[in-house]
Design a protein around this ligand. Structure first.
Ligand SMILES: [Fe+2]
Length: 289
């Protein structure tokens, strides 16, 4: 077994994409994550990688539109400078494009690769990407699901990440998840499913695993600015599930009622292969017409 560089090793990693769990990380003192480096690096990134909004969001807000619907009226430089008091939320996609994050990114990919191999879900993380989150005290990240597996690491401040069970129709009906996966619909928070979720309180040096497509919302602590970073990725298994969900979506549109994904591994794999060959046929037809 290869040693992990960024994460403290734990048997909890066997739960990758099976259940949410917390663990510890070793990146607390990495210079890329201090506020002065963030204040330099973030404004230098391409604008389309930096999303920021008012931190005064509700669990029910549309997370994908918050940076458009809930602007804070400040520039990104002012937002970072005044983050303690500006009641804002900053999300940065692919900070690894800045040189200060490069070694961190490579080390995290190496750890994720090792954990995937141990679980037998592929040899290499698919589309791995870092995301940075900087938030004023008390800010809320609304309920949402990600089309990825996530390891979220805390660097400053405290937060509570509340994670819902995966593939539970009381949280999200299968048809809604399939439409979301197909970029043909959004997911809706159902307050009555809150009792099914598990809240994880975590502090600097700690991390949490959010399984593929598990709904979650986040509330920052009241004492300090929160700085956290996630690495998101797909595995061979989650990629197969994504394709099976997209196939289900197109079957439902034709009036059929396919078995939801997540109940049978072999059926999901079969569907992913069908979806892949259908996409190839569609591409081939596209080329010849
Ligand atoms: Fe998320």
């Amino acid at each position: 077994m290869t040693q992990l560089a960024c994460f403290d090793d734990t048997s909890a990693f066997e739960g990758l994409d099976r259940a949410a769990f917390t663990f510890s990380h070793q990146l607390l003192d990495h210079p890329a994550l201090n506020l002065s480096n963030l204040g330099r690096a973030i404004p230098a990134l391409p604008k389309e990688q930096v999303f920021y909004s008012s931190g005064a969001l509700e669990k029910t807000d549309d997370f994908d539109r918050a940076h458009l619907d809930k602007k804070n009226g400040l520039s990104i430089e002012e937002t970072i400078e005044r983050i303690r008091v500006s009641n804002s939320y900053i999300m940065v996609r692919s900070p690894e494009d800045d040189a200060s994050f490069k070694d961190l990114y490579q080390a995290l990919i190496a750890d994720v690769t090792e954990l995937m191999r141990r679980r037998g879900v592929g040899d290499v993380p698919l589309d791995p990407m870092l995301y940075l989150f900087i938030a004023s005290p008390n800010s809320v990240t609304p309920f949402h699901v990600d089309r990825y597996s996530t390891f979220l690491m805390q660097f400053r401040g405290k937060k509570t990440v509340t994670i819902f069970p995966m593939f539970d129709e009381r949280v999200l009906p299968a048809s809604e998840m399939e439409a979301f996966m197909s970029h043909d619909g959004r997911t809706t928070y159902r307050p009555e499913s809150e009792a099914l979720a598990t809240p994880f309180d975590f502090a600097p040096g700690q991390a949490v695993h959010i399984p593929f497509m598990a709904g979650h919302h986040v509330k920052n602590g009241s004492d300090d600015v929160s700085v956290s970073m996630s690495i998101i990725f797909n595995t061979a298994q989650t990629r197969a599930m994504s394709k099976a969900m997209m196939l289900n979506h197109s079957l439902r549109k034709r009036g059929l009622s396919p078995t939801p994904v997540g109940q049978s591994g072999w059926r999901d794999l079969g569907k992913s292969l069908v979806f892949r060959s259908m996409s190839r046929v569609r591409r081939a037809i596209g080329r010849s017409s």
